[in-house]
Design a binder for this molecule. Structure first.
Ligand SMILES: C[S@@+](CC[C@H](N)C(=O)[O-])C[C@H]1O[C@@H](n2cnc3c(N)ncnc32)[C@H](O)[C@@H]1O
Length: 265
């Protein structure tokens, strides 16, 4: 991987930055999918297991396998209380280390825009899911206002003349592109849904601590000096609204999609 790519290698820091956001979306996503209990799942790009944990807690799966290329993320996933139910493997979305028709359901939570060839990632999920099974995903609405939890940071970087780094397949985050990807993969019963969530931080400092790793990731092409960081912190403190108790709350929006692998009969 080049230095000019967003990398995930610290599962604990990821949890504070994004794991909490992912589960907020995941709650609504799973309520929408309403999958039956007892299924076997593959969670592609499972990262530190943030969504995998929810899957175990909400869906009573018979089996869950999480796959991710980052050992740093997987280490954290293996330390979760749900790790006894879920197993975790190192691997990438475009070459899943499983035979055809191995699972009832495949899912990607906040991953598809990181896959350099999203169509190949969807094709791989389709390959490992049995006929009649489901393939589902959610992504931040990355390119639209209020669609990405790190949008306030992106705004401040632009104000400093720094172009925030985007994942390689950011365009697939648009709802029409997401739907088109599922239709092009030959999936049936394709449905989409917008999911808006809001997250509260105890105070501005809690918010600021949570985004430190993100700041490093999205400015990786132009490392920030201490003065730049201090300016970003000052501007964000001024513009992040706090309620009477000091809490900082704001919303973000995800696009979700699901479809079914055609049955042979
Ligand atoms: C934003 S995190 C999402 C993690 C988790 N699914 C969640 O909901 O919190 C994106 C994850 O995608 C992984 N990733 C990046 N490129 C990937 C690829 N080509 N195939 C599979 N996973 C990939 C990263 O290592 C990272 O853990």
């Amino acid at each position: 991987m080049s230095e000019n790519q967003i990398r995930f290698d610290d599962g604990a820091a990821y949890e504070r930055m994004m794991g909490v956001w992912s589960r907020l979306v995941g709650e609504q996503f799973l309520a929408w999918l309403a999958p039956p209990a007892g299924q076997s799942w593959i969670d592609v790009g499972c990262g530190n297991g943030a969504f995998t944990e929810l899957l175990v807690e909400r869906c009573a799966p018979a089996r869950v396998v999480g796959v991710d290329p980052s050992e740093g993320q997987l280490d954290f996933a293996r330390s979760r209380h749900t790790a006894g139910v879920a197993e975790f493997r190192c691997g990438g979305a475009t070459a899943l280390p499983f035979d055809d028709d191995s699972f009832d359901a495949a899912v990607m939570a906040l991953v598809l825009f990181f896959v350099p060839d999203p169509a190949q990632g969807v094709a791989e999920m389709r390959r490992v899911v049995k006929p009649g099974g489901t393939i589902s995903a959610y992504v931040w609405d990355l390119l639209e206002p209020e669609g990405f939890p790190m949008a306030p940071l992106q705004d401040e970087l632009r104000a400093l003349g720094v172009s925030p780094m985007l994942p390689p397949s950011a365009e697939v985050s648009r709802m029409d592109a997401l739907r088109a990807c599922w239709v092009a993969a030959g999936l049936s019963d394709v449905a989409t849904r917008e999911i808006t969530v809001s997250r509260s931080f105890a105070d501005f400092d809690d918010f600021w601590a949570s985004v430190q790793i993100a700041l490093g990731m999205i400015s990786a092409g132009s490392p920030l000096g201490a003065d730049d960081r201090a300016a970003i912190q000052r501007h964000l403190r001024a513009r992040m609204p706090a309620d009477a108790s000091g809490q900082v709350t704001y919303a973000s929006r995800a696009n979700a999609v699901t479809g079914r692998v055609l049955s042979l009969t």
